[in-house]
Structures are given as C-alpha cells and as structure tokens.
Design a protein around this ligand. Structure first.
Ligand code: SF4
Length: 252
C-alpha cells in the first residue's frame, strides 16, 4: 500500500479515530467494522485467498510494507510536532521502561489475571469435551460452544489488558494529566467488559455442567474477585467512554 493511500484512508471521515484502542480485537463479532481503519486496512490488504494464509510469505511482506509506510508517516508527523524520535530511546529511558514493565508484571492484579488464564487452561485440559452438557443446552436453545468461545477469546486478553492498565497507571502517576481521559482507565474498562462477558459465559456452563460445578464456581468466584479488585484500582474505568462503542458522533 502506498503512503498516500494510507494517509487518505487515515483521514476518511467514515473511520472513528482510535476505535481499535479499546476494543476486544474480536473483529468477527465487532459491530463497528465499517468504522474501523484497522479492519478496513486488513480487508483491503489481505482479502485475496493467497494473502489470507498467515504462513504465506506474501502476508509478511505486505505487513512489513505497511509497517515501513506507517513509520514514515510517524516520522513526518513527529517532525511537524517538533519531536525528535531518535533521542527518545536513551539507555536511561530503556532501563526505566524495563523497570516499569517488570513492576507491572509483578503487580497483584496482573499475577491474578495470569492465574485466571491458567485456571481456564486447567479446566479445558481436564474437561476435554462438554458433549452431554452441549446437547442438554441445545435442547433449551442455548449454544454452549459459544460460551466456551467467549471464555477462550478472553482467557489471555484479560491479563494483557490489565497489564496495560497497570503499566499505564505507573506512567500516569509520574505525568498526571487530568485534561485527557486516561489510557489506563480505557484498558481497565475493556478488561472489565471481558470479565463481565466471561462470567456470564461461565454461568451458562455452570448451569449445564452439574458434575463439574465446583470447579466452575471456583473459577467464577476468582474472576469476580479480580473484577472487583480492578474496579477498586481503577474507579473511573467503568465511566470511560470508548470511541465508537459507548458513544460517538460521526459528524462531530
Ligand atoms: S474496533 Fe472492531 S473491527 Fe476494529 S480492530 Fe477492534 S474489534 Fe476489530
């Protein structure tokens, strides 16, 4: 893709700026694909069958092409704003960033989120199949496979977003700017949404999985505890407005 084409797309009014920053990356289920530049780019670039294949060399070549063009655009923008990108990564900065990354990873919330992902893995390994439960649910018009799909989609996503929120909070404590909505609250919000949905999905499984009920209840209780702890740590997260999801005026 040419740089000018990328620039043109980025300025297209159809697209909601930053919509992909606080989404759950589940494009197949997203109600806002027509307003997402990210989605449009991947459709435009990777729509022919050959490039669909992630193993295909053409895929990585195209990706690296987009990366190169984006970097050039970024450099141009930085120049306009008077930012020298070459001076940003001094050894001191890198050490500081490393320390902050480690502090975030060791944070109680991040460790708990990692533990939750492990609990899901153990449950999946042990359960192997929900054949009888799925059949019983289907008789009630409930699709248990979808519940499992939701759980699996968010299994690691929750940890990634909580880590980003915690990391953002560490940065913001140094450079607090109340004028703008905080990125950490946005990340915490999508993590909370992922936990809400996962808990609802677990509740469906709990309803039909009578033999393994105890394990499922333990997981729900653990995840609910994590959810409450995130709400307490990020009290403004629930009211964070995600562009394109909670509200957005396309003309505004
Ligand atoms: S906003 Fe929707 S379409 Fe765009 S990246 Fe996120 S999930 Fe995918």
């Amino acid at each position: 893709m040419k740089k000018d084409r990328l620039k043109k797309l980025a300025g297209d009014k159809r697209f909601i700026p930053g919509i992909y920053n606080y989404c759950d990356r589940w494009c197949e289920r997203c109600p806002q694909t027509s307003h997402c530049l990210n989605f449009s780019l991947s459709e435009e670039e990777f729509s022919d069958p050959e490039t669909q294949d992630i193993q295909n060399e053409a895929f990585w070549k195209k990706l690296s092409g987009i990366f190169g063009e984006t970097l050039e655009l970024l450099k141009e923008a930085a120049k306009e704003w008077g930012v020298d990108l070459d001076t940003l990564d001094s050894t001191d900065d890198i050490e500081k960033m490393k320390a902050k990354g480690e502090a975030a990873e060791n944070h109680l919330l991040c460790r708990a989120a990692k533990k939750y992902a492990e609990m899901v893995k153990d449950w999946v390994d042990e359960k192997e199949t929900l054949f009888f439960e799925t059949a019983a649910a289907a008789r009630d018009g409930v699709d248990l496979d979808e519940a499992v799909e939701v759980i699996r989609w968010y299994q690691y996503f929750i940890c990634a977003k909580i880590t980003r929120a915690v990391r953002g909070k560490i940065d913001e404590e140094e450079e607090r700017d109340d004028e703008f909505p905080s990125d950490s609250d946005g990340s915490a919000k999508i993590a909370l949404i992922a936990m809400d949905r996962s808990i609802a999905a677990w509740a469906m499984i709990r309803h039909y999985d009578t033999y393994g009920a105890e394990a499922v209840v333990d997981i729900i209780a653990f995840l609910d505890g994590l959810r409450q702890a995130v709400e307490k740590t990020f009290p403004r997260a629930r009211s964070f407005v995600r562009p394109g999801f909670e509200s957005f005026d396309l003309n505004g």
